[in-house]
Design a binder for this molecule. Structure first.
Ligand code: NDP
Length: 286
């Protein structure tokens, strides 16, 4: 095995660079009398969702983005939630609307996501925005994969012409990430649970993105020496600590650069949500 030790692609640090740039854009908007605003709707009391919503609110406050947190009991009807989304769609103070998932079983997540105005869909999950992404157009692309691309760009990783392998094909992470890499002229392979010879395919990757949700399933021998590895996975290890989909210690002996968990893609997801909110505010007031 090569004795290379990978450099760390820190989402925490890169996120700070994104925030520094956003701060300038927010000041410019303020100069024009525009205050970017984000509404986050939380239904029920899921502890993880409460943490995520709290993180988003805190970041809005730090950046000077107006934050509207709307809490609803998990007994809310689908019709009432749809009516709330309509109200936020019509609210001029709000440029971004995010309904935190998961929703209770009696509410269709697809229906709610489709009800958010595409112009305020800062999560980038509305079918219109996903269609725009397919065409390489529009401003509002899904936050987590957009964060992956931002990490590669700000690390100076050349994407064009490279073999990129994305492990995972979800609508929120794997598929949009593959499309974004394709738009940037990578040669992209998407893997999933039925992929034959996953290890072999991964070893062909100059850029490997893991978005599976299985702790340490990407082992050191699945990585091409000198590859760039971005680990999207968030899993709880047996000791209760957060671990990624990649065996970080083994992989960092082989890869040229690797993102850690925690401190990798996670902070970038929130940074891209803020970036999308500012983009939505700009587009709404152009
Ligand atoms: P999903 O469960 O929706 O998708 C997982 C994908 O992994 C599926 O496409 C599945 O294949 C594939 N898969 C499962 N097992 C294997 C296997 N043995 N070999 C190859 N592929 C496999 O997950 P998400 O995309 O929503 O999330 C992926 C990970 O990213 C999770 O750990 C999640 O917590 C994390 N995440 C992190 C975020 C962040 O901010 N850092 C944000 C969002 C997610 P198939 O389609 O065939 O079932």
């Amino acid at each position: 095995m090569a004795t290379m030790t990978a450099s760390i692609i820190s989402g925490k640090e890169i996120g700070q660079q994104v925030y520094a740039d956003l701060q300038k854009e927010i000041s410019a908007l303020r100069d024009r009398g525009i205050n970017p605003g984000l509404a986050v709707v939380l239904v029920g009391e899921d502890p993880a969702s409460q943490v995520y919503v709290g993180q988003k609110e805190k970041k809005c406050n730090e950046l000077g983005i107006l934050s509207k947190k709307i809490l609803k009991p998990d007994t809310i009807s689908e019709a009432d939630l749809l009516a709330l989304v309509d109200e936020l769609n019509a609210d001029d103070e709000v440029h971004g609307v995010l309904v935190q998932l998961p929703l209770p079983d009696h509410i269709s997540e697809t229906k709610i996501m489709a009800a958010v105005s595409p112009n305020k869909d800062v999560d980038g999950t509305h079918p219109v925005n996903l269609g725009m992404l397919m065409m390489g157009m529009g401003d509002l692309w899904p936050c987590t994969p957009a964060g992956v691309i931002e990490m590669l760009d700000r690390t100076g990783v050349e994407i064009a012409g490279k073999n990129a392998v994305v492990v995972g094909r979800s609508n929120t992470v794997g598929k949009p990430c593959a499309l974004m890499l394709l738009h940037r002229h990578a040669t992209v392979t998407v893997c999933h649970s039925k992929t034959a010879d996953l290890a072999g395919v991964c070893r062909s990757a100059d850029i490997l993105v893991a978005a599976v949700g299985r702790a340490k399933m990407i082992t050191g021998d699945m990585i091409k020496p000198g590859a760039v590895v971005i680990d999207v996975g968030i899993n709880r290890g047996e000791d209760g600590k957060l671990v990624g989909d990649v065996d970080f210690d083994a992989a960092s002996q082989v890869a040229a650069a690797i993102s850690p968990v925690p401190g990798g893609v996670g902070p970038m997801t929130i940074a891209m949500l803020m970036s999308n909110t500012v983009a939505a505010a700009k587009a709404a007031t152009a």
